[in-house]
Write a protein that binds this ligand. Structure first.
Ligand code: C2O
Ligand code: CU
Length: 508
């Protein structure tokens, strides 16, 4: 498990600023400083000509946190739900009193929540009313290649495309987001992301908090200028932290247990979340579904695109009090506060967290091993290569189990060069973490994963089976500025055994 010092180091030396594709570059951040406690005093008033100061000190907790609306199907058949979503620019209030233009799914920022059931197909007709190309990827979904939202399967402005999701996998907090070639970082930053909550009979039979006590928290950073403009800049220039589209909101809760589905939808950074009073909470699920057993935590670190579900018991707080969720990986540009929970009422609480949550499938026994180097300098690459949609980097066969050893250090290590954290993600399948720097996974990382943090100097080994669907897929860094710059590879899952040299000679 990462200790705090390690995370701080990783955050401090993060190279994303130097890699950001815009003119506005930043020096690498200085040593991070987080005050012992958030100040009680409201922000200083804005001064003309001192925009950054007024932005950075915007009043926290000025707005209530919304819950993204659950999208209604346009039709339902015996085996599927059909939805329609239009991607379009929309004006929203992110910072209180300011109007910002975002790229939105269905007029919502974040996009509307899709609720799906295992075994029932979801069909989404996506229409692109933006002036940039898009594709839509269901992150964590076991999805046929044609519906996977590959970088070149673009929906041009004015076009539309149908995505079909079989939902042939266990209950999990998935999400959908843009994946357009070299544009995904900006498109996601500008708003193209939404939650996709897949349920199944086993999960819904558990006595976990549900209904109004089951809440997605989509967390990300942003920079809103004094006139409301959403600027696309590096995390080091983002003073604002958004939960469900509002800047550092407050949320009224009952004094009981809640299930919080925590998403790091920030395009380019990790978050380390803890309650200001150090209270423990219980992690029950990771990216791909329920853990085998709950695990107690006092801090939750999520790399870009990672999810965790936690159960928090607010009955420890008297009605009328508040507790703040903080990000201990806050950058110099930011305040640590993320979200304030206000305990406003008592409530019955029949929910509980069972000591056994799920039976995980066995860890795949690999027959193929591969090695990857996540490189930061001179550019973000994997094994020295930039993503080329026309070049398969890996071929495998349906049903093959593999172990991938992934290093976040260069194969030729130039002296004195530091490296960025990377977030490694594979499409199509959930994988299992075998070890990190030779040590077994922490309980929260021992379940089904589709995204994993690799901090500078680290090596992780993951195991997966390429099952479900043959076709073209990708794996990439989920710090999306890195993937947009080519830190991505193509894997082709072949329907049969990969061609052996012997097979090529079969015509003899
Ligand atoms: Cu969340 Cu390839 O993406
Ligand atoms: Cu990366």
């Amino acid at each position: 498990m990462l200790n705090r010092r390690h995370i701080l180091t990783a955050a401090t030396i993060g190279g994303a600023a130097a890699l950001f594709p815009l003119g506005r570059m930043m020096d690498p951040p200085k040593t991070r400083h987080v005050p012992e406690a958030p100040p009680e005093a409201p922000a200083a008033p804005a001064h003309a000509g001192d925009e950054d100061r007024s932005l950075a000190h915007a009043v926290p907790f000025a707005q209530a946190m919304p819950i993204p609306p659950v999208l209604r199907p346009t039709s339902t058949s015996a085996s599927s739900e059909v939805y329609r979503i239009q991607m379009a620019e929309t004006r929203v209030e992110i910072v209180k009193g300011l109007q910002s233009t975002v790229r939105a799914y269905g007029g919502c920022f974040p996009g509307p929540t899709i609720r799906a059931l295992r075994g029932r197909e979801v069909v989404i007709q996506q229409t692109n009313a933006l002036d940039v190309p898009t594709t839509v990827h269901l992150h964590g979904g076991h999805t046929p290649s044609l519906s996977d939202g590959l970088p070149m399967d673009l929906i041009q402005p004015g076009g539309s495309r149908e995505y079909r999701y079989p939902n042939n996998q266990v209950a999990a907090s998935l999400w959908y987001h843009d994946h357009a070639h070299e544009l995904e970082a900006e498109n996601v930053y500008r708003g193209l992301h939404g939650a996709y909550l897949l349920s199944d009979p086993h999960e819904s039979s558990l006595p976990l908090p549900n209904g109004e006590f089951d809440i997605p928290l989509l967390i990300r950073d942003a920079r809103i200028e004094a006139d409301g403009t959403l600027s696309y800049v590096s995390p080091y220039e983002c003073p604002h932290m958004l939960v469900n589209g509002k800047e550092r909101p407050h949320f009224a809760v009952a004094a009981r247990k809640y299930r919080l589905r925590v998403y790091n939808v920030a395009p380019n950074r990790h978050l380390s979340l803890r309650f200001a009073d150090g209270a423990h909470f219980t992690q029950i699920a990771s990216d791909g579904g329920l853990l085998a057993a709950p695990t107690a935590l006092d801090e939750l670190t999520l790399t870009g695109a990672e999810r965790a579900e936690i159960v928090v018991d607010f009955s420890r707080y008297p009605v009328g009090t508040s507790v703040v969720l903080e990000n201990t990986a806050a950058l110099d540009s930011e305040r640590p506060e993320v979200l304030r929970f206000d305990i406003t009422r008592k409530a019955e609480d029949p929910s509980r967290v069972p000591s056994v949550l799920a039976t995980l499938p066995p860890v795949p026994k690999a027959t193929v091993e591969r090695e990857f180097f996540m490189e930061t300098f001179p550019d973000t690459r994997i094994n020295g290569r930039k993503y080329d949609p026309d070049r398969p980097d890996i071929e495998t066969a349906l049903g093959t189990s593999e172990i991938w050893t992934i290093h976040n250090w260069p194969n030729r290590r130039p002296a004195g060069v530091f490296h960025a954290p990377h977030s490694f993600h594979t499409h199509l399948v959930q994988f299992r973490l075998l070890d990190r720097d030779g040590r077994p996974p922490s309980p929260g990382e021992a379940g089904l994963k589709d995204t994993i943090a690799i901090y500078p100097g680290q090596t992780v080994r993951i195991a997966m089976t390429w099952n479900d669907y043959p076709g073209e897929y990708v794996y990439h860094c989920h710090h999306l500025v890195h993937s947009s710059h080519g830190q991505m590879g193509r894997i082709d899952v072949l329907p049969a055994e990969p061609k052996q040299p012997a097979a090529r000679q079969s015509g003899k």
